[in-house]
Design a protein around this ligand. Structure first.
Ligand code: 3PG
Length: 405
């Protein structure tokens, strides 16, 4: 990773700093209460450091997508959680760039923090535009004159070319916050110069990017081995000609994965044994776990986990690895009967002694459930951005920090 500017490169004393963290957290759809504030507490580190350095901190963030159950327009609850993490009062104003917001920003004293209203209440925020186009938006035009530096801390939103991610870069000095810095460091350590051998474990239910990830990792010699689970495994088994059974094929079709079989087959032809697929699986017989060999398929019951023989093989495949990247659980971990494969393999990752990085979708949730979250070298806060990054995509948020956009 080329050098990006960080908090170390600026003098923040007395400066008004706009910080873009990712405060998009799980929300109870009925009560609209925050149910997990991990992200808010992580970003508090960047905000605390800025306060200690004498900055006047303005926070712009989003929660959910308009129209979806986890969307809330007011970020008052988020500001309170941030205050708890910082151990001091945080101001909140229910305005984004109007007179009320501007007055509150002008009134800030060094060391104070102000959170603005959900940035997605501004419809142009999420338009996919270039930094220059977003810099023309009302939101950026109104706020830019009031700020001195823009700090982008939201790696987990860096895959979005949104106004609050890229729009200030053409107008103001930009740098990465501590969360962004840490995410990029961990990911480049495992992707750019991994200590070999490097093993990648790919599972989860959102497998549509798996083909791209595997292609990227193997063609660039990043990974030496890929262990598949979840729907990724089913896609590759199907590409090998295994008949999974109608119920499983239907799931692959519904998730838009069925049509990826020819691409998966191409990868199997090119990289063969470097891509491991299960030799046995656990079927869901009305909630009961029944293991069968892959050679015994098809089945009319859903494949819901890797089997125990596969777990043994995967645990063995990890021995000697010096770097391990994990994305996605290996089975339907929400059901107790089908978390076993994920537990066995992820425990082996945690005790491997390798440099271990996890991220994407449900991975952090399953690690928390298994009590393994703190036993990985690094767990990314990102879902979609993590997936994009590990398939080699250029993230607009990272590109603006590198000065390439
Ligand atoms: C995330 O939770 O992955 C980020 O906050 C991005 O959210 P989005 O997918 O709604 O853009």
């Amino acid at each position: 990773m080329s050098k990006i500017p960080t908090l170390d490169d600026f003098d923040f004393k007395g400066k008004t700093v706009l910080v873009r963290p990712d405060f998009n957290v799980p929300i109870d759809p009925a009560t609209k209460e925050i149910v997990d504030d991990t992200r808010i507490r992580a970003h508090a580190e960047t905000i605390r450091e800025l306060c200690e350095k004498g900055a006047k901190v303005v926070v712009v963030a989003h929660q959910g997508r308009p129209g979806e159950p986890d969307y809330v327009e007011s970020l008052k609850g988020h500001a309170e959680r941030l205050g708890e993490a910082l151990g001091k009062a945080v101001k909140y104003v229910d305005d984004l760039f109007g007179e009320e917001a501007k007055k509150a920003i002008r009134g800030l004293k060094p060391g104070e923090v102000l959170v603005l209203k959900n940035v997605r209440s501004f419809p142009e925020e999420t338009k996919r535009r270039s930094p220059q186009e977003h810099a023309e938006s009302e939101f950026v035009r109104e706020l830019a004159p009031l700020i001195d530096v823009f700090v982008l801390d939201a790696f987990s939103v860096a895959h979005r070319s949104h106004a609050s991610i890229v729009g200030f870069a053409p107008l103001k000095p930009v740098c990465a916050g501590r969360v962004m810095e840490r995410e990029l460091k961990a990911l480049s350590k495992v992707l750019e110069s991994p200590e070999k051998p490097m093993v990648c474990i790919l599972g989860g239910a959102k497998a549509e990017k798996a083909v791209g990830i595997i292609g990227y990792m193997l063609s660039r010699g990043v990974a030496d081995k890929i262990l598949t689970g979840g729907l990724v495994a089913q896609l590759f088994l199907m590409a090998k000609g295994v008949e999974l059974g109608d119920v499983n094929v239907e799931i692959l079709k519904r998730k838009g994965l069925y049509d990826l079989a020819p691409e998966a087959k191409k990868l199997l032809d090119e990289y063969g044994e470097m891509i491991k697929t299960p030799v046995d699986v656990a079927l869901d017989f009305d909630g009961k776990r029944v293991e069968v060999k892959v050679s015994e398929l098809p089945s009319e019951k859903p494949v819901s986990d890797i089997g125990s023989e596969t777990a043994d093989l995967y645990v063995n495949a990890l021995s000697g690895a010096n770097s391990i990247l994990v994305s996605g659980p290996l089975g339907v971990y929400e059901k107790e009967a089908f978390i076993e494969g994920t537990r066995r393999v992820f425990e082996a990752v945690a005790t491997s002694g390798a440099y271990t990085v996890a991220g994407g979708g449900d991975t952090a949730a399953v690690l928390k459930k298994l009590g393994l979250y703190d036993r990985f070298s690094y767990v990314s806060l990102a879902g979609g951005a993590f997936i994009e990054y590990i398939r080699g995509a250029k993230l607009p948020g990272v590109e603006v920090l590198l000065g390439r956009l």
